[in-house]
Design a protein around this ligand. Structure first.
Ligand code: S3P
Ligand code: PEP
Length: 430
């Protein structure tokens, strides 16, 4: 399915934020790793969170769900034997479960998105699991991957943080269940460090003790721990909401998003400060973010690694800013659903944006006068490319057509419904 995005001058109205993807995947996982019954209020419903639901059920968890909550009875430290797991296109789900698969005798992760997740590297996690004596069969560090657990004991593990924080998070979920204590040392410059804070927050809520160095370069994890069954509530999602806020910022708008907590550990809450720095009129009170956009934005410089999943939305806003914006420290955007530097900038340039890439930077020469549009966009299987190009399309002179826009459902299936409710001229077409 494609989406046609037509120029839209005004957006107004109020929506509730979607539920956080990162917290949903984590709560589902820790609930599965507990032996009792946990309740998760307001879990996300999207392809990635459904992938975690499907896989933990395959591994022996039961889930009973209604509109408001998921009630999960876990398998504890003993996942059921399963021949294959299919994580769809979900990177975090894959990496977290590669860790947990070390508790099973043999699990094969299949490759259903050869042109997206199938291209992403997992070498650093494979290397760390091998240090625990786990056997891993892989294709040059990529899917399909078979993990043969063989009862790892724990001990000293070194993991690189250079490419993704998800490898470290995977080890933090696994090691508390091992018979011996573990010492994890992180080498290189840890990317997406803030997301590790979300992992530690959820582990603590699940009753797990971990001693973390302040800079996250080392962790001491006592072994023989057990995850406690708990009641969790999923907060609103900043990365997805960032795209809606960017849309409000580039149009004449009065848009409110509810349920975005001011003290969230999501790094992508930086969208608020970024838009403020860009001089977008905005308030954030009692979890309500209200943007009263006038279409005028000022360029900025920003360390993108602190808000990795909101960078594409920020860049889309910068396309219409006065001046040149620079998003630096973003090399790991190259290892996501697509190469979010080269592929994304190719699509932005097609739409008429003036952008430049460096190995670890995105540079945007803003065009306050708008861009031409009138093109077909390749989504590159990437929900965040789809959301960000939609923002650009709203302020293009000619409509743009985003091919295969259904991949937005990886994290935000209701994205276009939300935009339509705010008055955006967007339409699904076959
Ligand atoms: O741990 C997680 O849930 C995630 C970590 C981040 O990935 P990287 O650590 O690879 O940047 C983020 O981009 C992804 O959407 C979710
Ligand atoms: C990169 C993302 O997800 P993942 O790494 O879990 O596939 C994302 O949601 O933008």
């Amino acid at each position: 399915m494609d989406v046609i995005v037509r120029p839209t001058e005004k957006l107004s109205g109020e929506i509730g934020a979607l539920s956080s993807k990162n917290y949903t995947t984590r709560y589902l996982l820790v609930a599965a790793l507990a032996e009792g019954t946990s309740t998760i209020y307001y879990p996300a419903h999207s392809e990635d969170s459904d992938a975690m639901r499907r896989c933990i059920q395959d591994l022996g968890a039961t889930i009973v769900e209604d509109d408001e909550k998921a009630v999960i009875t876990g398998f504890g430290s003993a996942p059921r034997d399963v021949a294959e797991l299919n994580v769809g296109n979900a990177g975090a789900v894959l990496r977290f479960l590669m860790g947990i698969a070390a508790l099973s005798s043999e699990v094969k992760f299949v490759n259903t998105y050869p042109d997206s997740l199938g291209k992403r590297p997992h070498d650093d996690l494979i290397d760390a699991l091998e240090q625990l004596g786990v056997q891993v069969e892989h294709h040059n560090g990529r899917l399909p991957i078979t993990i043969r657990g063989g009862k790892p004991k724990g001990g000293r593990i070194t993991v690189s943080g250079e490419v993704s924080s998800q490898y470290l998070s995977a080890l933090l979920f696994l090691t508390p269940l091992l018979p011996e204590d573990s010492e994890i040392t992180v080498t290189g410059d840890l990317k997406s460090k803030v997301v590790v804070g979300q992992t530690l927050e959820v582990l603590a809520q699940a009753g797990i003790t971990i001693e973390a160095a302040d800079d996250y370069t080392s962790f001491r994890v006592p072994g023989q721990q057990s995850y406690k069954a708990q009641v969790y509530t999923v907060q609103g999602d900043y990365p997805g909401s960032a795209a809606v806020l960017a849309a409000a910022a580039v149009t004449q708008s009065d848009v409110t998003i509810r349920n975005l907590s001011e003290d969230s550990k999501q790094g992508e809450r930086a969208i608020i400060d970024v838009l403020r720095t860009m001089e977008v009129p905005l308030t954030h009170e009692n979890g309500n973010v209200r943007v009263q956009g006038n279409g005028k934005l000022k360029a900025l410089e920003f360390d993108g690694d602190t808000a990795t999943d909101a960078v594409l939305a920020m860049v889309a806003a910068a396309v219409f800013a006065k001046g040149t914006s620079r998003f630096y420290n973003v090399e790991n955007l190259r290892y996501k659903e697509c190469d979010r530097i080269t592929d994304y900038l190719t699509e932005l340039a097609k739409a008429g944006a003036q952008v430049e890439e460096r190995q670890a930077e995105i540079i945007v020469h803003g065009r306050p006068e708008g861009v031409e549009g009138g093109v077909e966009i390749n989504a590159h299987y990437d929900h965040r490319v789809i959301m960000a190009l939609t923002v650009v399309g709203l302020r293009s002179r000619q409509p743009i057509r985003i091919k295969d826009a259904h991949h937005v459902a990886k994290s935000y299936p209701q994205y276009f419904d939300h935009l339509q409710a705010l008055g955006a001229d967007v339409e699904w077409v076959k």
